[in-house]
Design a protein around this ligand. Structure first.
Ligand code: ZN
Length: 293
């Protein structure tokens, strides 16, 4: 396993971690100042400062991307709704290209309307079908511009409102269905997965499915921790080391399956980390990255 104890080369900061404290340009500058050269920004944070400005700020500070968040949210009540999600994900692919991201992360969506608190139907099988159709509809554009898509399975507690793909196995089944079986050479695929320890740590098939994904489909690795107790389903993620996820073990499995990319710190925390000074949060991310990732 790679030694992270004295280098920041493989640390990436998902910019949601600092979304309350700073705008994106400040996040980029503060990362660069600390020797953190990789981030993964969210679209709304990019749009808030402008796409071209974001690209320039990255260049000026020598900061690159480990991914771009996010496309997806495919299921909808009707055809125009589904088409809007497809069009929006195509735009996200184009933005990812401008920012020179290595992949676009897909959070695929759940029951239409559920995110706003009012699901329009209860048919999760249909939602999963629409997800697969949606990814199919954007895949050719991703190929045309050479932007790999990383399906992020989310913990089952988000199946209704955020993502009805909830295990790595399910995500890889979609990859295989749309792209065919893996290239035995281990070449990087156009369709793969983002493995977020928060979402998958509990999965009895985790190790097996990480090996199934292999180097070709392992496009991103997100870290944070699962707190006891968890006080909010969405915004109570812990700093690495503060919870019960055995992060080094999962990273070890990732690396034994061929993953050689970044560990991306992604913490949504309305009661704790979003309330602290941004500089403190970054410094602690660095310290924990060295010590417990
Ligand atoms: Zn994630």
């Amino acid at each position: 396993m790679r030694d992270f104890s004295d280098s920041l080369q493989w640390l990436s900061i998902n910019t949601a971690t600092l979304r309350v404290q700073w705008p994106l340009d400040r996040i980029i500058q503060e990362c660069a100042r600390r020797g953190i050269t990789t981030i993964s920004p969210w679209r709304d944070q990019v749009n808030a400062i402008g796409l071209d400005n974001a690209a320039r700020c990255l260049r000026d500070n020598g900061v690159r991307l480990s991914g771009y968040c996010r496309g997806g949210m495919f299921p909808a009540a009707d055809g125009p709704g589904r088409q809007a999600a497809i069009d929006d994900t195509r735009r996200a692919i184009d933005e990812a290209k401008v920012l020179d991201a290595p992949c676009l992360v897909l959070v695929v969506g759940g029951l239409p309307g559920a995110l706003a608190g009012n699901a329009l139907h209860k048919d999760i099988v249909r939602a999963r079908f629409e997800v697969q159709e949606g990814i199919h509809a954007v895949l050719q554009h991703a190929r045309d511009v050479n932007m790999p898509l990383a399906i992020e399975p989310l913990h089952p507690m988000y199946a209704a409102d955020r993502a009805c793909i909830n295990t790595l196995e399910q995500a890889l089944d979609v990859c295989d269905a749309l792209e065919g079986p893996l290239d035995p050479s281990g070449a990087r695929c156009m369709l793969g997965v983002a493995v977020d320890v928060y979402h998958v740590w509990w999965d009895p098939k985790l190790e097996q499915q990480i090996h199934r994904a292999g180097r070709g489909r392992l496009l991103a690795f997100h870290v944070c921790d699962w707190l006891l107790p968890t006080r909010d389903l969405l915004n109570d993620r812990g700093m690495m080391g503060d919870g019960i996820i055995d992060i080094p073990r999962i990273r070890g499995v990732m690396e034994s399956a061929g993953y050689q990319g970044h560990a991306e710190v992604e913490i949504f925390s309305s009661a704790d980390w979003w309330r602290r000074p941004g500089g403190d949060v970054l410094d602690i991310c660095v310290e924990r990255f060295h010590r417990v990732v």
